[in-house]
Design a protein around this ligand. Structure first.
Ligand SMILES: Nc1ncnc2c1ncn2[C@@H]1O[C@H](COP(=O)(O)OP(=O)(O)OP(=O)(O)O)[C@@H](O)[C@H]1O
Ligand SMILES: [Zn+2]
Ligand SMILES: [Zn+2]
Length: 846
C-alpha cells in the first residue's frame, strides 16, 4: 500500500511540512508526484500537493487517513517543479505551500465546497414526517419543506450548500435538522475557481455514407435541414465543429439542427476550447535575419551549449538596438529543433503586443503568452496549452519561469536588470535566480540579456566568483542596423531657473520639440515618476493630505477627483478647503504626467500627445491601443512614465526628452544611482533606431552626478566602475548579500521591543557560530546587522514597522539562521499579533 506525502493548503507555520495519507487502490494509477489532491485535514477538506510517494505498510500507521480525491487527470506540477518549490522555500524563507501555489494559475487555487446529498437509506423520511399528498395543503409547515428539500437533493444527487440556500432561502433550520437526523449528509470537495471553457459542437451521428443515403430520401419541405446535413457531409473531416459557426455560415436556426438531431442524424456535443487572448489577430510570419558579425559571435557559444544540452548561463550585454531579440529568436529555434522548449521572460511593462508579435511571427501558435493583463480564464488556458504540449515557447512576465514544460532547454531573461523580476509578496523569489536553478536541474541554458546589466550579474560574470552563478559575458557594442547611438545632452535646470525660465521645459528641449513638430518626426518624453507623487498641499500653511493608516501622503487621482493611498487603498474626496487652516489655496502638487500634458498644450497649441501612465493603461488592451496610435503617427509625442522607456522600436522617433532625470536619486535605496542610469540609458535607446539620427535631452538638477554623466556618454563600464567603488566602501551588494527583516505590530512599543529582541538574538547566535564580524575582509565568511530602525514607511495599514538588515557573505547559512530566530520570536509572541516578514535579496528597500 502506498503512502502519499502531501503539502496542505493551510497557511500556518506548524503545517509547513508534508503530511502522510494512504492512497486508495482506485487512485493508484492517477496519483503522481505533483498531483493536486483533496485530503481531510482536521474537520475540513483541503487542497494539497503530493510531494513524494512511498511504499509503506499503512497498517503500521494507525489513524492514517486516505486521500479523498485526485483533482486533475494530469498532475499540474512535474516532479522537477516540486523539487524547485522546495528549493524556493529554503532560499527565500517562505512556506512550501506558497512556493507550490506560485507555480500555478489562480484558476487552480481550489477551495473547499460543502456538498449535501441524501443520507442513509434507514433514515429516509418516514410517513410520520412526510404527510401524504392529499393532506399536504393542510401541512404547510416544516414537514412539507423537508419533503421539498429531500426531493430537490434527490433530483440532483448532490448539491452545494450555496445552491440549497438559494432554492430554500428560509430553510436553514430544516436543513440543519435533517443533517442531524442523517436524512441528509454533508461532504466536502475541492472546487476550482474556474473551469475549462466548453462550446456546443455539432457532429454527424451516423457515418457519412448513411448520411448521404438519408439526404437522398429527404422530403422537399425540409430544405433547410437538407442544407445543413450536406454541409456537414462536405466538412466531415473537421467535425465536430462549433455549432454557432454552422448556424452563422448557413443562416439557419437552432430549430433546424434540432430537427436533424431528432431524426438521429446529427448529435450535439461539447468541445473544449482555449480562450485565446490574441484570437483574430494576424501575425505576419517572419524569417530569421542574417546575423551581423557581432551577433554571430554572441550567438555561436549560446547555440553550442544548447546543442550539447549543457547547462550554462550567459550574460548578453548588448547596447540598445544591438539586435538581442534576433539572437533570442534564433537560439530558441535551435532549442525547439531539438524537441525541447523555451521560456522567455520579459518585464511586465514591456510585454507589449509589439514584443509578443516578434515571437508569434516566428513561432506561430506554438507561443503561449502569460501575463497579468490577461483574464484569469485566458491565463489558465495559456497555461494548459503548455502543460498539454500544444505550445513550445512561453513568453511572459516573472511567473512564466514556472511554465510547466516537460523538457525545458532554454530560458531567456530580457532586461535582466529589471527589479520587477523580484516578487514583492510571498513567496519573495527572484525569477532570475529561480531560472538559473531550474536550468541547472534540467541541463538547460540561461541567457540574461540587457543593455545595462544589473551590477550583481555583471560583477558575477567579471569576477567569476559569485555565490549564485557565474555567467559567461558576451558583448555587443554596436547597433544591428549600423546606426550610431544617439547624441545625448544634459541640461542643467538650475541654470534655466537662474535665467528666468520657470517652465518644466528647458529652452533646449523646447526648441528641439518645435523642430520635430515642424519636420513631422516623433518624440518620446519620459517623466521619471519614481519618488514623485501627485500629492495635495496647502500653499498657505503647508498641510499635506496624508493617509490615516500609513505614514505617507495620499495620491491625487484626477479621474475620480479623489485621494488614494497606494499602500492600503484608503480613499477620500479631495478637499476644497484646507482642513487645517481653512485656506482655499489647496491643490495638488508634483509633476504628474497630466501636468506635463497640460503644459505641452499651452506651449504648442494643437500638439497631439498620447499619455501613457497608470491612469491611462488600467483598462485591458489600452496599452496596446495607445502604442498602435503612436506607431500610426496619430500623435507627435508619446509621454509617459517608465512604461515608455523599454523595448519600443519606432522608426520616426528622433527625439527623446527626460523631464527630470534625478527625481529618484535621493530615495533611501542603495540602488538609486543604478536605477537612474538604467532608465536613462534605456529611454535614450528609443531614439534614432532606424534611418533617422536621434537626439536625447536629459534635464537635471544634479547634472554632475556620475549616473547622469555616464548615461549621457552611453558609458556602462565607467558607470560600473564608479558604482562598484561606492558599493564596496559601504558594503552593499554585489560585495555582500542582504536580508531585510520587517517586524510590525499595532503598538509601537511592542514592535520596537520585538525588533530589538530579534537583533540581539541574531547577533548572539551569529557570534556563537563565529560568523559575526566585519565585512571588510572580502574573502571571509561574515555577517553584520543594521538596525533595528523604523522602516522607510514607518506605519502601514495601522501597523508600526521596524526593520533590521542582515548583511552577509560567504558560505554561512544566514538565511536559515534568520528564519530560525524569526520563527522562535513569532512563537514566543504568539497571539500578540506580531508579524515578521523576511525578504532575501530585497530589491525594494522600503
Ligand atoms: N541581423 C540583423 N539584420 C537586420 N536587422 C536587424 C538584425 N538584427 C536586428 N535587426 C533590427 O535591428 C533593430 C533593433 O533590434 P532589437 O530590437 O532586437 O534590439 P535590442 O538589442 O533588443 O534592443 P533594445 O535593448 O533597445 O530593446 C530591429 O529593428 C531589428 O529588426
Ligand atoms: Zn492650510
Ligand atoms: Zn494607507
Amino acid at each position: 500500500m502506498d503512502i502519499a506525502k502531501v503539502i496542505v493548503d493551510v497557511p500556518v507555520r506548524s503545517t509547513d511540512r508534508p503530511f502522510d495519507y494512504s492512497v486508495p487502490d482506485a487512485m493508484k494509477v492517477w496519483i503522481e508526484v505533483g498531483s493536486r489532491v483533496a485530503v481531510p485535514f482536521g474537520h475540513r477538506t483541503v487542497q494539497g500537493f503530493v510531494v513524494a510517494l512511498e511504499y509503506g505498510d499503512v497498517r503500521a500507521v494507525p489513524g492514517l487517513k486516505p486521500v479523498q480525491e485526485v483533482l486533475d487527470l494530469m498532475p499540474p506540477l512535474s516532479p522537477e517543479l516540486v523539487e524547485l518549490a522546495d528549493w524556493i522555500s529554503e532560499r527565500y524563507a517562505c512556506r512550501k505551500i506558497s512556493a507550490l501555489q506560485a507555480m500555478l494559475p489562480t484558476a487552480l487555487k481550489g477551495k473547499a465546497e460543502r456538498l449535501i446529498s441524501l443520507g442513509d437509506e434507514e433514515a429516509e423520511p418516514d410517513a410520520a414526517i412526510f404527510p401524504d399528498e392529499e393532506w399536504l395543503p393542510m401541512f404547510p409547515g416544516p414537514g412539507r419543506e423537508e419533503r421539498d428539500i429531500a426531493e430537490f437533493v434527490r433530483g440532483s444527487g448532490e448539491v452545494s450548500m450555496k445552491q440549497l440556500a438559494r432554492a430554500f432561502p428560509s430553510g436553514a433550520e430544516t436543513v440543519k435538522f435533517m443533517l442531524r437526523r442523517g436524512v441528509l449528509k454533508e461532504s466536502q470537495s475541492i472546487k476550482d475557481k474556474l473551469g475549462k471553457k466548453k462550446l456546443k459542437a455539432i457532429d454527424l451521428a451516423v457515418d457519412p455514407e448513411a448520411a448521404r443515403d438519408a439526404l437522398a430520401s429527404f422530403p422537399a419541405r425540409s430544405a433547410r435541414q437538407k442544407e445543413v446535413l450536406s454541409y456537414l457531409i462536405d466538412l466531415e473531416a473537421v467535425l465536430p465543429m462549433p455549432l454557432k459557426d454552422v448556424l452563422a455560415a448557413l443562416q439557419v436556426t437552432a430549430g433546424t439542427v434540432k430537427g436533424l438531431e431528432e431524426k438521429g442524424l446529427v448529435e450535439i456535443t461539447e468541445i473544449e476550447v482555449y480562450r485565446d487572448p490574441y484570437r483574430g489577430r494576424d501575425f505576419k510570419p517572419s524569417t530569421p535575419l542574417a546575423l551581423t558579425e557581432e551577433q554571430q559571435a554572441a550567438y555561436d557559444p549560446i547555440a553550442a551549449a544548447v546543442e550539447e544540452r549543457r547547462h550554462e548561463v550567459f550574460l548578453l550585454h548588448g547596447v540598445t538596438g544591438s539586435g538581442k531579440t534576433e539572437i533570442y529568436l534564433q537560439t530558441i529555434q535551435r532549442c525547439v529543433d531539438q524537441g525541447r522548449q523555451a521560456v522567455v521572460l520579459v518585464p511586465e511593462i514591456s510585454l507589449t503586443p509589439q514584443m509578443v508579435e516578434r515571437f508569434k511571427s516566428r513561432f506561430g501558435s506554438g507561443v503561449a503568452v502569460m501575463h497579468s493583463r490577461l483574464s484569469s480564464g485566458e491565463r489558465y488556458d495559456e497555461w494548459r496549452k503548455i502543460r498539454e504540449g500544444k505550445a513550445f515557447v512561453a513568453v511572459g512576465a516573472r511567473s512564466a519561469v514556472f511554465a510547466p514544460f516537460s523538457n525545458l532547454g532554454l530560458v531567456i531573461i530580457d532586461e535582466e536588470h529589471e527589479t520587477s523580476y523580484k516578487q514583492e509578496e510571498h513567496p519573495r523569489y527572484h525569477a532570475r535566480d529561480v531560472a538559473v536553478r531550474r536550468a541547472e536541474q534540467g541541463d538547460a541554458v540561461v541567457v540574461l540579456g540587457s543593455a545595462t546589466p544589473s551590477l550583481e550579474s555583471y560583477y558575477a560574470a567579471r569576477s567569476q566568483s559569485d555565490i549564485h552563478f557565474a555567467p559567461r559575458l558576451l558583448t555587443m557594442s554596436t547597433r544591428a542596423l549600423g546606426n550610431a547611438l544617439p547624441r545625448v545632452e544634459i541640461v542643467d535646470m538650475r541654470e534655466e531657473l537662474k535665467e528666468g525660465n520657470r517652465s518644466m521645459f528647458s529652452r533646449g528641449l523646447h526648441s528641439a520639440l518645435a523642430a520635430r513638430l515642424e519636420r513631422g518626426e516623433q518624440t518620446v518624453l519620459l517623466l521619471n515618476r519614481r519618488g514623485f507623487s501627485t500629492f495635495v498641499m496647502c500653499r498657505s500653511c503647508g498641510y499635506v493630505a496624508g493617509c490615516p493608516n500609513c505614514d505617507i501622503s495620499l495620491t491625487y487621482h484626477s479621474r475620480s477627483d479623489n485621494l488614494r493611498c497606494h499602500y492600503c487603498g484608503h480613499a477620500e474626496p479631495s478637499p476644497q478647503v484646507c482642513p487645517e487652516c481653512g485656506s482655499e489655496h489647496i491643490r495638488f502638487f508634483g509633476t504628474g504626467t497630466q501636468r506635463v500634458e497640460e503644459e505641452l498644450g499651452k506651449l504648442f497649441p494643437g500638439i497631439r500627445v498620447i499619455r501613457m501612465d497608470v491612469d491611462t493603461t488600467t483598462e485591458k488592451g489600452s496599452h496596446e491601443k495607445l502604442l498602435a496610435g503612436f506607431r500610426d503617427k496619430k500623435a507627435d509625442v508619446l509621454l509617459g512614465t517608465q512604461m515608455v522607456a523599454k523595448g519600443l522600436d519606432f522608426p520616426d522617433v528622433t527625439l527623446v526628452g527626460v523631464i527630470t532625470a534625478d527625481s529618484a536619486l535621493n530615495l533611501p535605496d542603495f540602488r538609486a544611482a543604478e536605477k537612474t542610469f538604467q532608465l536613462l540609458t534605456q529611454v535614450a535607446g528609443r531614439a534614432g533606431r532606424h534611418s533617422l539620427p536621434g537626439e536625447v535631452l536629459i534635464q537635471s538638477y544634479t547634472p554632475d552626478h556620475y549616473s547622469i554623466i555616464h548615461a549621457s556618454g552611453h558609458d556602462y563600464d565607467s558607470f560600473v566602475r564608479d558604482e562598484l567603488r561606492h558599493r564596496k566602501e559601504l558594503h552593499y551588494p554585489p560585495y555582500c548579500r542582504l536580508i531585510l527583516v520587517t517586524l510590525s505590530h499595532e503598538e509601537m512599543s511592542v514592535a520596537l521591543r520585538m525588533a530589538e529582541n530579534l537583533a540581539l538574538n541574531l547577533q548572539g547566535r551569529a557570534r556563537q557560530r563565529r560568523w559575526f564580524g566585519s565585512l571588510d575582509k572580502l574573502s571571509s565568511d561574515a555577517l553584520d546587522l543594521l538596525g533595528p530602525v523604523a522602516s522607510p514607511i514607518p506605519r502601514l495599514k495601522g501597523r508600526y514597522r521596524f526593520q533590521c538588515i542582515v548583511k552577509w557573505r560567504g558560505s554561512i547559512d544566514a538565511i536559515g539562521l534568520t528564519r530560525e530566530v524569526a520563527d522562535e520570536l513569532e512563537d514566543s509572541a504568539r497571539d500578540s499579533g506580531l508579524q515578521i516578514g523576511i525578504d532575501v535579496d530585497p530589491q525594494m528597500m522600503m
